[in-house]
Design a protein around this ligand. Structure first.
Ligand code: PGA
Length: 249
């Protein structure tokens, strides 16, 4: 019952021209994908042009970040209503690179998620443990805390509109993927958490994506896991061919 969702996170890559060229090339020959949702998360600068380039296509737009307030004196920031205005359907919050390089806390992640929900955008709340935490046996307690604080004050209805991405920090951009079994174990834990927090129906509905060195070779075995509903891909989403393979996996 959960529709698969594949998101390409371009991070700080691609000019407007490159983004538009990619979108055109990807749209060609992207058929037979009605059973899955596909989204691109480009840098802010390419959102508007991509919306125009993707008109008539089923590929959606995802923001990479957002500010927790709807407007105000926050130089350099972009708000959720602005993202809705350029057609974003999804928005990443709490990506580990934001947490690590910009000191983003669970509380900020929560404010951002709520800002997106107010604007009618589905937040993609990213969680995941570091290598030290995994080795210290703290994977579940870390993920539990990120979920508890990140989803704080969200109604069951809000949670049903939310997507969770499990991205073990040690797997991001390292070429080390979690094994399908390792990923499934945490996805199952996340779904149980959602069940306790928002009820059985929400748990059955919420999509949980895996991210961290996903590539065309490992995508199918990850997607075959019961609680893995999609992928959040970085590096492998930068080339049309490999992103297309992920979409079809
Ligand atoms: P990666 O990035 O696929 O390059 O590991 C994933 C992510 O950061 O979302």
């Amino acid at each position: 019952m959960r529709k698969a969702l594949i998101i390409g996170n371009w991070k700080m890559h691609k000019t407007v021209g490159e983004a538009v060229e990619f979108a055109r090339a990807l749209s060609v020959g992207l058929s037979g994908t009605d059973d899955r949702d596909v989204a691109i998360a480009p840098p802010f600068t390419a959102l508007y042009a991509l919306r125009e380039a993707l008109r008539g296509s089923t590929i959606a737009l995802c923001a990479q970040d957002v500010h927790g307030e709807d407007q105000g004196p926050f130089t350099g920031e972009v708000s959720a209503p602005m993202l809705a205005d350029v057609g974003c359907r999804y928005g990443l919050v709490g990506h580990s690179e934001r947490r690590r390089h910009f000191g983003e806390s669970n509380e900020q992640v929560n404010r951002k998620a709520r800002a997106l929900l107010r604007a009618g955008i589905s937040p993609v709340v990213c969680v995941g443990e570091s290598l030290e935490e995994r080795e210290a046996g703290q994977t579940f307690s870390m993920v539990r805390r990120q979920l508890k604080e990140g989803l704080n004050n969200l109604s069951a209805d809000d949670i049903r509109r939310t997507i969770v991405a499990y991205e073990p920090v040690w797997a991001i951009g390292t070429g080390k993927t979690a094994s399908p079994g390792q990923a499934q174990e945490v996805h199952d834990f996340i779904r149980q958490f959602i069940g306790h927090r928002a009820g059985k129906e929400a748990a059955a509905e919420v999509r949980i994506l895996y991210g961290g060195s996903v590539n065309p070779e490992n995508a199918a075995s990850l997607m075959a896991q019961k609680d893995i509903d999609g992928l959040l891909a970085g590096g492998a989403s930068l080339e049309v061919d490999s992103f297309r393979k992920l979409i079809h996996s």
